[in-house]
Design a protein around this ligand. Structure first.
Ligand SMILES: Cc1ncc(COP(=O)(O)O)c(C=O)c1O
Length: 483
């Protein structure tokens, strides 16, 4: 799906908004004059005027008569969502019926794409990847038309191991097996360390795809209270682990989905010590690890683990190639079991895409690409947050992830985002209602918004409409009466 062509004035507006979003131009600072920006951006004065009008509409610039344009002062930041404290008893996974509806509409281009966490093709550098894939097919196509070895292609495993070393995770290529996305990695990890009927500790709210996998494997869960900044509550985890209630634990150490939380390093180390002491394996979902907004990638559990107790799961789906379905699982202790199950379920991962990805990684393209997507996602989330501050009802809370491209929004109760979801679909807007992120129907007043599409006027309009609808829902007499 190609992007509609962008007007020059939109590009100029994005350039200035980027300066404001990244703090080069501070709130209250004078923006470059129209003449300066038109010279600097090599554009006409009328294009600069159009760009600045757009920025005024977006609330990024304000005009002061006789004086010029200034960066608007930011409204006070909205609070982050509260940590839900709830029962932490093992329970069966009950999936929300809305999940299928969400998946159906999230991939329909007719809807404003705030639903699923899928990066837009434009952001994914798909055309550069296409070239590498085409060249690989031309040069090595027939060699690739075979089964890959059980671990997957050596060239790709080497590239993954090299990259992991940068953030402190020392892996031999044979500690890695290539999988069909992070989803297969999570499924293989669970198969390696659990039996049907066991209980697994998870974050709450958590990624709905994980809930599907857990349910398919007939596993029970305890949903741990999770802070929107610091992640899972270590004391709650200590209680369930000490009581011998869980067989494994699935956590994201950084930029979780949907909360976007990142555990402080001391909490990560405390979790690792606790789980190793009780012999409970930790399955790490690090699918968003590469999308960090700060300079450094925070170390994953896998890099801090000294007990070989972490089964690390990653993929290229959130940064580069969701359609290639390439992920990996890294474990020394459980590799034999993982390979057995991989053989029994999918036999091998397609070779051509593995070899093409290995080439893309080895020639430095991925690093350049990552720098760009991180900037775009950070910028998009900043703009989305700004519109939420302006257009959502008072009392709204929003997460502040330091990586990732989703926002978790808590609306004032009694707004029910299941009803809001149905109304939004009628208006052509898709978002993810909160209940799909819980195994027990929690978070009916929350929702998740994806910034995977990047920023444009359609996203902004969709967000503003959604905010207005949430406000109306809150004022509706039936909602006020709690029905
Ligand atoms: C936290 C998390 N884990 C795993 C996945 C699935 O990754 P993949 O597409 O590589 O299977 C997703 C996709 O949304 C996700 O958000």
């Amino acid at each position: 799906m190609s992007q509609p062509p962008r007007f020059r004035y939109e590009e100029v507006a994005d350039f200035v908004a980027g300066l404001a979003g990244r703090g080069t131009l501070k709130p209250g600072a004078r923006a470059p004059s129209l003449r300066e920006i038109s010279t600097q951006q090599r554009t006409s004065l009328s294009t600069a005027v159009q760009a600045y009008r757009l920025l005024e509409d977006r609330g990024i610039l304000e005009v002061r008569p006789q004086s010029g344009y200034y960066v608007a002062k930011a409204p006070p930041a909205l609070p982050v969502p509260a940590t839900a404290r709830h029962s932490i008893r093992p329970a069966k996974v009950e999936l929300s019926g809305l999940m299928l509806d969400l998946l159906k509409h999230a991939s329909d281009e007719a809807f404003v794409p705030l639903g699923c966490a899928i990066p837009n093709q434009r952001l994914l550098s798909s055309s550069r990847l296409d070239l590498v894939l085409a060249r690989t097919a031309r040069v090595k196509g027939s060699q690739c038309n075979t089964y890959s070895p059980p671990h997957g292609e050596m060239s790709l495993r080497l590239e993954i191991a090299r990259r992991a070393l940068r953030y402190g995770q020392a892996l031999a290529p044979d500690d890695i097996a290539i999988t069909c996305g992070c989803t297969e990695a999570l499924a293989l990890a669970l198969d390696a360390v659990t039996e049907p009927g066991d209980t697994v500790a998870i974050e709450s709210p958590t990624y709905f795809g994980l809930l599907q996998v857990l349910r398919a494997k007939r596993l029970k869960v305890v949903e741990l209270p999770t802070d929107a900044n610091t992640g899972v509550a270590v004391d709650a985890l200590r209680d369930v682990v000490a009581a011998g209630k869980v067989r494994a634990c699935v956590l994201a150490s950084s930029f979780s989905n949907p909360l976007g939380c990142t555990m402080p390093e001391e909490n990560k180390r405390a979790v690792l010590r606790l789980l190793a002491r009780h012999g409970v394996p930790l399955i790490e979902d690090d699918v968003y690890g590469d999308v960090h907004f700060g300079e450094e990638r925070p170390p994953p559990f896998g890099a801090l683990d000294t007990h070989d107790n972490v089964i690390y799961c990653g993929s290229f789906s959130k940064t580069l190639a969701p359609g290639y379905r390439i992920g990996w699982i890294a474990t020394r202790r459980h590799m034999a079991r993982v390979l057995e199950t991989k053989f029994a379920t999918s036999l091998a991962t397609p070779v051509l895409t593995q070899v093409a990805l290995a080439t893309f990684l080895s020639n430095g393209d991925y690093d350049r690409h990552l720098r760009r997507v991180r900037r775009e996602f950070a910028d998009t989330l900043a703009r989305m947050t700004r519109v939420i501050e302006q257009a959502f009802p008072p009392g709204t809370k929003v997460s502040r992830p330091a990586g990732n491209f989703v926002l978790w929004v808590e609306l004032p109760e009694p707004v029910d985002t299941r009803l809001l979801f149905a109304q939004a679909l009628e208006k052509g807007i898709c978002f993810a209602p909160g209940v799909v992120f819980s195994a027990s129907g929690k978070y009916a007043h929350c929702l998740r918004l994806s910034g995977g599409h990047g920023w444009d006027a359609r996203i902004e309009k969709g967000l503003r409409t959604l905010g207005a609808m949430a406000g109306r829902e809150l004022r509706r007499p039936a909602a006020a009466a709690g029905t």
